[in-house]
Design a protein around this ligand. Structure first.
Ligand code: GSH
Length: 255
């Protein structure tokens, strides 16, 4: 069994802070600190974590903690931050026995490999398989990466650069809009119900997830595209997706 971090987990550590040592010299000193994993963001409806570990919100890379530093006998030159962030760990994880896997596209490929009877991808070496790879990598590398810029624009600018972050968010939304147009056109021209035409594959839940994330866009979310909209509904009719929605307690609007 692999350990999983959650809100309320304690952390102990030592880092270096400048302290004022008589007669007034700033000296870098090792400073013990204790903290508790807690991220208010995870309690925001629709955006926060829906996965729990032993009844507590899960923690992953990027989750915050509340930290208390113990002064090493001298006052701090500048008070240390009161919050910290888990920077190790992963954002999306599959636990399969001893295997702990992150990266959504890698998880999809692993599920394809371990459930051949489900037919979640076309035959190895086929032209359809090549297109399957193309779309999976496009989704993770192009569309999802741009969605990350939309959701976390503040990570790409200096602290407090509100205008910079606003611009990044707006441009990322426009770029994702281009991706949605590409998806919509693809669904229109390939003619079938799914990303690979007539056959359902691991691409479809992935595409649904990325389209779902756009539900907060202030212009033209995925549900407003003529060919994406019925695809999203077809996905919603699948019992497996209904089970995911129930397990993750996803609340409307789902897309
Ligand atoms: N490339 C990673 C990206 C993971 C990702 O997009 N995570 C989203 C949804 S959980 C997120 O908001 N992560 C939180 C973060 O980056 O802080 C994957 O595909 O697993």
């Amino acid at each position: 069994m692999m350990p999983a971090a959650k809100h309320g987990d304690p952390q102990l550590g030592v880092d270096i802070h400048l302290c004022i040592v008589p007669p007034g010299t700033p000296v870098p000193l090792p400073t013990p600190h204790i903290s508790v994993v807690f991220d208010p963001f995870d309690y925001i409806p629709f955006i926060g974590a829906t996965t729990t570990v032993m009844g507590m919100k899960r923690a992953n890379a990027g989750t915050s903690g509340i930290v208390v530093h113990i002064p090493p006998g001298f006052p701090f030159a500048k008070p240390p931050e009161k919050d910290d962030e888990l920077f190790m760990g992963s954002a999306t994880v599959l636990v399969d026995g001893e295997l702990v896997l992150y990266e959504a596209a890698a998880i999809c490929l692993h599920l394809v490999d371990t459930h051949p009877q489900a037919g979640l991808a076309p035959a190895l070496g086929s032209v359809e398989r090549a297109h399957f790879y193309k779309w999976l990598i496009w989704m993770t590398n192009t569309m999802q990466a741009m969605l990350m810029h939309y959701f976390y624009a503040d990570r790409l600018v200096d602290p407090g650069n509100v205008e910079g972050a606003r611009q990044i968010k707006a441009h990322a939304q426009a770029r994702v809009g281009e991706c949605l147009k590409q998806l919509d056109t693809h669904l229109a021209v390939q003619g079938g119900e799914w990303m690979l035409g007539g056959r359902f594959s691991a691409l479809d839940p992935y595409a649904w997830m990325l389209c779902r994330w756009t539900r907060v866009f202030d212009e033209r979310p995925a549900r407003e595209y003529p060919h994406i909209a019925p695809f999203l509904q077809r996905m919603l009719e699948r019992p497996a997706l209904q089970r995911v929605i129930a397990a993750e307690q996803l609340a409307p609007p789902l897309v």
